[in-house]
Ligand binder design. Structure first.
Ligand code: HEM
Length: 147
């Protein structure tokens, strides 16, 4: 039986892994800056989300870039990271993250990636990131499913 996970993974394999890695280069160069840009934009778009996070965001800002970099290191073995993502999804259920939150996080994430990459972020890059984000959210568990 073909599961949603298989479908997302097939979509991802059809896209270029090098595109994902290349567009992560500006994130790897300065993960804290990327994190600051992401949270600033997220709280602009969804102000109510601010209270879900600790007052001091310094360590949180770093975690976002690090998580993306870890994922990009496992693009050849997504099934290997799936159990880790399942645990992450269960913790997010407890943090109160809902479908609506995942949608806005995905949009903001791709916008900020586009911004830090400039002209290097084309339609293919956007498609590759959409596939990776959808797969990731799907792997995080049945409680969430990115639109
Ligand atoms: C694919 C999407 C996401 C990824 C990869 C991700 C990743 C992470 C990671 C690695 C942590 C560190 C703590 C832990 O491992 O449990 C974390 C914490 C957290 N995330 Fe996410 N996250 C995602 C989406 C979201 C969404 C949609 C929300 C909802 C607004 C959210 C809210 C939070 C909160 C509230 C914390 C805990 C902050 C704290 O109390 O220290 N995350 N996230």
């Amino acid at each position: 039986m073909t599961t949603p996970s298989d479908l997302y993974r097939q979509a991802l394999e059809a896209t270029d892994t090098p595109i994902l890695r290349r567009t992560l280069e500006p994130v790897a160069a300065d993960p804290a800056r990327f994190g600051r840009m992401f949270y600033e934009r997220l709280f602009e778009r969804a102000p109510s989300v601010r209270d879900m996070f600790p007052a001091n965001l310094a360590s949180q800002e770093l975690k976002l870039g690090e998580t993306l970099l870890v994922l990009s290191g496992h693009l050849d073995d997504l099934d290997g990271v799936a159990p880790v993502l399942r645990g992450l999804g269960q913790r997010h259920h407890r943090y109160g993250a809902t479908q609506m939150h995942y949608d806005v996080v995905g949009k903001v994430l791709i916008e900020v990636l586009a911004e830090v990459n400039g002209a290097g972020f084309d339609a293919r890059a956007r498609q590759a990131w959409l596939s990776l984000y959808r797969w990731t959210v799907q792997a995080m568990g049945p409680e969430v499913d990115a639109a």
